[in-house]
Design a protein around this ligand. Sequence first.
Ligand code: ADP
Ligand code: MG
Ligand code: ZN
Length: 424
Amino acid sequence: MAVVKERLMDALREHFGFDSFKGNQEKIINSILSGKDTFVIMPTGGGKSLCYQLPALMRPGCALIVSPLIALMKNQVDLVRGYSSKDNVAHFLNSTLSKAQIKKVRADLTAGKTKLLYVAPETLTKQENLDFFKELEISFIAVDEAHCISEWGHDFRPEYRRLKEMIDQISDNLPIIALTATATPKVQSDIVKNLCLNKANIFISSFNRPNLYYEIRPKRKKEQTIKDIVKFIHQHKGKSGIIYTLNRKTTEELADMLVANGVKAVAYHAGLDPTTRAQRQDMFLHEDTEVIVATIAFGMGIDKPDVRFVIHYNIPKSLENYYQETGRAGRDGLEGHCICYYSHKDVQKLEHLMRDKSLSEREMGAQLINETVAYAESAVCRRRVILHYFGEHYETENCGQCDNCRNPKEKIEVKNRVVIMLKA
Ligand code: ADP
Ligand code: MG
Ligand code: ZN
């Protein structure tokens, strides 16, 4: 064992320059290296990527990493390449590549130079790709952001549901590593069922993010809320933050108003052309802007360690979303201030957004919204409510890092509780 451990530590140092593993990383890596199916549930920023990147570099063959977002893929490949001296050690294969680029990727793969290949689920739906992968030595398949499999997750992708069937076409018995930061029991069981992970080693880390401060603020008139936000940003001069809003128009509006108030801010949403999106994302990563005002299209997998605040201008559509989105603050373990503005009107807006969905989707949506409302209106420790949602029991009486613990309320006010009731 000692020899194996030493070899692992050497590889960690050599490939990533880190001196120690975080949390469950070492156990997870050993599970993957032994060829077992492995299910990793670890909060955002916990270091999931390394769990498959290191074994991919150590095992013979090339690992396929399924990743839902093209922007995310480039970011990840750049990171792996940054650690390595060889550019062809990691590649991605998706619809953004030209014919010539695809040819180069394929040549590197055939020559055995590539250890990690990031693919979009769509890449695996193409038979010619599957046929090509069949001829290669594939070490294992990593399914990143595996919650995309589940309708109960915060980012359902129907193509993710077909992954198992496609993986089986590449080869029998390929080890599958599923990774997610979503730990709700429903999502977990969907992932296990869908990827047939009944025999997998499962690693669940704690979801507590002790450095994040959680706060709910009542949302009043627009001007007042903006003033409140501007004040907060000026108090955190020079720090980076994300403001999430419900729709595209509001991102632009809010960014303009912040700029008018002397804050460096840009808007980000899926309606912008890809170049502008990439530009603004880079501006944020490279500190050319203090604040990015975004819809939920922004952030998944963005690796910026020093985001100091995440403000929700509208209440998110689930507690899961809230956890994920606030999770982008304080990834370096330092301060992270999470403020959510809450009003009944915004709850109705969320409900309104579901109007065209099927009854079962609306029921599902309403349940998720009601849980978020309960969180916003609760007088107990915010951290305890969030962790309870993930099936985790939080013992500490006073976390000292949420508004309710710092300023305890007299009693729970239930009289204003809004509960969404659906008409059939
Ligand atoms: P996740 O995918 O779980 O959200 P990432 O894989 O993006 O998290 O990792 C988050 C951060 O932690 C990255 O900046 C990564 O470089 C860093 N990290 C991962 N493992 C280690 C380690 N063993 N030591 C130090 N930093 C690490
Ligand atoms: Mg990740
Ligand atoms: Zn608390």
